[in-house]
Design a protein around this ligand. Structure first.
Ligand code: PMP
Ligand code: GLU
Length: 405
């Protein structure tokens, strides 16, 4: 049957990260020997104290509709938590809206702030869902390529080159998915100042803020004084640092009227995030004992990052990569293996890698640059070692050289 779908979906493409992940799981369930380095998802269990808080909430009957912007306890715990991460600066709990994952927080923010005729700048390579969410708001995404010399980050000059009278805002991600690069405080400040000067909305996606290999959490727009943040929306959540992807709890911190509008939008969409999961997140953000769990997971990610970097330096010295300083992604360049009649895009590189060696990674095509590949090291050391060995063998074959013994 041919169905004419709404114009709302005219640009819609399913999320490549989600599709590749689902396809990998399907292959594994069918008994195929596949190592999955595609998923942007911690391989750890949700810490016990958090899981128990969720179970307790169900047992205590916290199973009715929640307050739409989020239960008070969670908004208060999140405000305190964000404040503590940024040296005790004030954070207003009334300006927080809790949603079904940071993905919905981003969707709420874009639907609330952007619409037909608006352009939204997105530093590229960029997480797959940003351009799609902007399209769903009927605005136009404009990708701003990052500088290779600068870990594929953008600076104000690059942003300014893409700004015009229709530009309504930008979506910045740090630590960056898919590169693992991290914007310094000074870089963030320059971008915040530029956005303020041109009265643009800045959506700052800091979902990976705690997964940072420098000291403390990664720099945040919240490290800047309030008077510089007039038109800023911060996106944060429990999914990554607390290994809570399936609980679906994210949040946005926005100026009062924007928070109110996002909550009104949510009254018609979900009525609020899963109620027991919100109680679990109260423990994640509010119980200091969880800091040890976060530190333990970040340490494990750091060790795995070191393992991947060392492997590339030792065994694949010709392969360019972005120095990963946060999140759990490693972004490496494969266009030197392209050839006429052979592999010509990262998508083909990844397909062949899957077919020949059973390793799942995500092509840079999904993030706006078909010369690169994203590997997620949120996987066990055993899987990582196995996948790196297979990848190296695959690359040796492409190079036409014998694999090392
Ligand atoms: N932002 C980025 C950069 C992400 O990688 C993800 C991961 N899906 C999200 C937002 C959404 O997070 P959540 O799982 O909480 O919806
Ligand atoms: N954010 C993760 C990723 O980039 C999870 C999948 C998704 O939601 O895109 O792989």
């Amino acid at each position: 049957m041919s169905v004419r779908l709404s114009k709302n979906l005219e640009h819609l493409r399913p999320s490549e990260t989600v599709s590749i992940n689902m396809e990998t799981q399907r292959r594994r369930a069918a008994g195929e020997d596949v190592i999955d380095l595609s998923a942007g998802e911690p391989d750890f269990e949700t810490p016990r104290a958090i899981a128990e808080a969720g179970i307790r909430a169900i047992q205590q009957g916290k199973t009715k509709y929640p307050a739409t912007p989020g239960i008070l306890d969670l908004r208060a715990a999140a405000a305190r938590h964000l404040s503590l991460l940024s040296g005790g600066r004030p954070v207003n709990a009334d300006h927080i809206v809790v949603s079904t994952g940071a993905k919905q927080s981003l969707f709420n923010a874009c639907m609330t702030l952007f619409g037909p005729g608006d352009r939204v700048l997105i530093p590229s390579p960029a997480w797959v869902s940003y351009p799609q969410i902007v399209h769903l708001a009927r605005a136009e995404p404009v990708l701003v390529p990052g500088e290779l010399e600068w870990s594929l980050k953008v600076d104000v000059r690059a942003l300014e080159k893409h700004r015009d009278t229709r530009t309504a805002g930008l979506i910045l991600c740090s630590p960056v998915n898919p590169t693992g690069a991290v914007y310094t405080r000074a870089e963030l400040k320059a971008i915040v100042d530029w956005a303020r000067q041109h009265e643009l909305w800045l959506i700052s996606d800091e979902i990976y803020r705690r997964i940072h290999y420098g000291s403390g959490p990664a720099p945040s727009v919240l490290d800047l004084p309030d008077d510089q943040l007039g038109k800023t929306v911060l996106i944060y959540g429990a999914s990554k640092a607390y290994a809570m992807t399936g609980w679906r709890i994210g949040l946005a911190l926005a100026p009062g009227p924007v928070a109110k509008a996002m909550s009104a939008l949510q009254t018609h969409v979900t009525s609020g995030a899963n109620h027991p999961a919100q109680w679990a997140a109260v423990t994640a953000f509010g119980d200091e004992r969880l800091e040890a769990d976060v530190a333990h997971m970040v340490e494990a990610f750091r060790n795995r990052r070191d393992l991947v970097v060392q492997h590339f330096r030792r065994h694949l010295p010709g392969v360019e990569f972005i120095e990963p300083l946060g999140a759990f992604y490693f972004f490496f360049r494969v266009d030197s293996y392209f050839s006429p009649g052979g592999i010509t895009t990262a998508a083909q590189f990844c397909e062949r890698l899957m077919a020949d060696e059973g390793v799942a990674v995500v092509p840079g095509d999904a993030f706006g640059d078909p010369r690169w590949v994203r590997l997620s090291y949120a996987a066990s050391e055993r899987d990582l070692n196995g996948a790196l060995e297979r990848l190296t063998r695959f690359v040796r074959v492409l190079e036409g050289a014998p694999a090392p013994a």
